[in-house]
Design a protein around this ligand. Structure first.
Ligand code: SAH
Ligand code: SF4
Ligand code: F3S
Length: 482
């Protein structure tokens, strides 16, 4: 009988991708995924360290798992606990010390060695007076991508594909360069063959992932190097997107998360030239104050960001923007925060995430003297979120009456309903038969909620199966806000 594997994923989409790949490396050992820790033979917590609460949640979960493991052992079975991901990388020793019931701790770059570690942990567990668990958080010389098997289970109609790892930008507040390690890009051939496999397994939309995905600079395809001596040895993201758009059956491409500094001409032009590239972009700005942006080491000004948005809108007038904002970085005063509100008003976002700065161990900002009180952070966050929420509601309201191409990728909440995503990533619910799952259909939007839309299949328009969906039915943010 298959052994049961439960993976709980925290954090960003890259962790979602990594969890799928951990399941792939464990499949040959007889593990199949289950959706609860109860009765599981192996539990993996794939953790995030980006904000304070994220790691607290992991320790709370480990407390609960201790009881589950004990109960299972009392029944004569066992449960192995693995902590993976960014908390594991940053606080591996601490986890081993505080949670001795954990069997394996491994970082985001070593999970291709998981089968070997699990086997070692089993051998240790079989010995009387078993020793401490296994810790593997060195950044390896080899790339995990060269050692991962092909996916064992299809990801589905929408799929993630990590093309870039790590970060060399060292924003003062951020743990990612320490938890994920140095920046690294997968070669174009490697990415393309994985994309083809995903499409063959049913994916219609692929989101290219990286902590700094638009810093991508992967080795050019082998044929192109040999065909022309002068061809560049590396491709940037814009060129990769054009190349992937040629894959038959791949209808939609997205990418996340981008850094404003890496929005080069090639990538911006791709937004105008590649119909499969969806007309929305998550481009985190964090702050609208040049003083704070400099203190954060973001390496651009607020006006640089505004100019990038202008260039994007010239290339793709209907592009919708989303962003991450952070309030209360050390040193942020009222005038800095006012500049952030101004920037949000100027750009006009379709959607955005916003956070209170939280000091992370080992980062430069945590050691800065001028920390901001929690009360001020909360007050600023409330004010910013009110602006962003109003923008999102306005954007969604302006969609009512439009016809959107919706990729139906899952069952809806009610019988006879399917759900999917608009080109702008808004969840859309529509009455449709199950046969339309995986297809792009035109939907007339009837009503807008704050986080989703509801519509009906547009009358007189045949269901479209083979077009990107961004061509005939998109709206621009400026149009939406007018
Ligand atoms: N690579 C992306 C961000 C990755 S982290 C970029 O450069 O924009 C995702 C978001 O978490 C960040 O954009 C930031 O807004 C938030 N974040 C990161 N570190 C944080 C911290 N110490 N406190 C609060 N929010 C943080
Ligand atoms: Fe973190 Fe900055 Fe790198 Fe983004 S660019 S992952 S915020 S260090
Ligand atoms: Fe979190 Fe690591 Fe992603 S810290 S946001 S899981 S890169």
């Amino acid at each position: 009988m298959a052994k049961k594997l439960f993976i709980k994923t925290y954090g960003c989409q890259m962790n979602v991708y990594d969890s799928a790949r951990m399941a792939d490396v464990l499949a040959p050992l007889g593990y199949g995924r289950t959706d609860s820790a109860d009765g599981a033979d192996l539990v993996i917590l794939n953790t995030c360290h980006v904000r304070e609460k994220a790691s607290e949640k992991v320790f709370a979960e480990l407390g609960r798992l201790k009881a589950t493991k004990r109960a299972r052992q009392a029944d004569g079975a066992d449960m192995m606990i693995v902590v993976a991901g960014c908390v594991a990388q940053a606080e591996g020793e601490e986890i081993m010390r505080r949670a001795p019931h954990v069997d394996v701790v491994l970082g985001p770059q070593t999970y291709h060695r998981l089968p070997e570690m699990v086997a070692r942990a089993f051998r240790t567990a079989a010995q009387p007076g078993r020793g401490a668990g296994i810790l593997d958080t060195e950044f390896p010389v080899e790339s995990k991508f060269d050692h991962l098997p092909d996916a064992a289970a299809p990801q589905g109609i929408t799929a993630f594909l990590t093309v870039q790892e790590g970060c060399d930008k060292f924003c003062t507040f951020c743990v990612v360069p320490y938890t994920r390690g140095a920046e690294f890009s997968r070669g174009v051939d490697d990415v393309t063959s994985e994309a083809r496999r995903l499409v063959e397994a049913g994916a219609r939309e692929i989101t290219l992932l990286g902590q700094n995905v638009n810093a991508y600079h992967g080795a050019a395809p082998r044929v192109s190097i040999s065909a022309a001596g002068s061809a560049p040895a590396e491709w940037r993201l814009g060129r990769l997107i054009r190349h992937l758009a040629e894959i038959d059956g791949l209808q939609r491409i997205r990418y996340t998360t981008s850094h404003p500094r890496d929005m080069d001409d090639e990538l911006i032009e791709a937004h105008g030239a590649v119909p499969a590239l969806m007309p929305c972009l998550h481009l985190p700005v964090q702050s609208g104050s040049d003083r704070v942006l400099a203190a954060m080491n973001r390496q651009h000004t607020a006006d640089d960001y505004r100019r990038t948005i202008d260039r994007l809108r010239r290339a793709r007038p209907d592009i919708a923007l989303s962003s991450d904002f952070m309030v209360g970085h050390p040193g942020e005063d009222d005038a800095d925060f006012a500049a952030t509100l101004r920037l949000a008003e100027d750009v006009g976002y379709a959607q955005a995430y916003s956070f209170k700065y939280s000091p992370r161990p080992g980062t430069p900002a945590a050691a800065m003297a001028n920390q901001i009180s929690d009360a001020i952070k909360s007050e600023r966050l409330d004010r910013l979120q009110a602006v962003l929420r109003a923008q999102q509601n306005e954007f969604n309201r302006a969609c009512v009456g439009r016809i959107f191409a919706v990729l139906l990728d899952r069952a809806g909440r009610h019988l006879g309903q399917l759900a999917g995503r608009s080109p702008y990533l808004q969840p859309v619910r529509v009455s449709a038969p199950p046969a339309l799952l995986g297809m792009i259909v035109d939907v007339e939007i009837r009503s807008a909620q704050s986080n989703s839309l509801t519509g009906d299949r547009a009358a007189g328009v045949p269901d479209r199966v083979a077009c990107c969906g961004a061509d005939s039915s998109t709206i621009g943010l400026s149009e939406a806000r007018a």
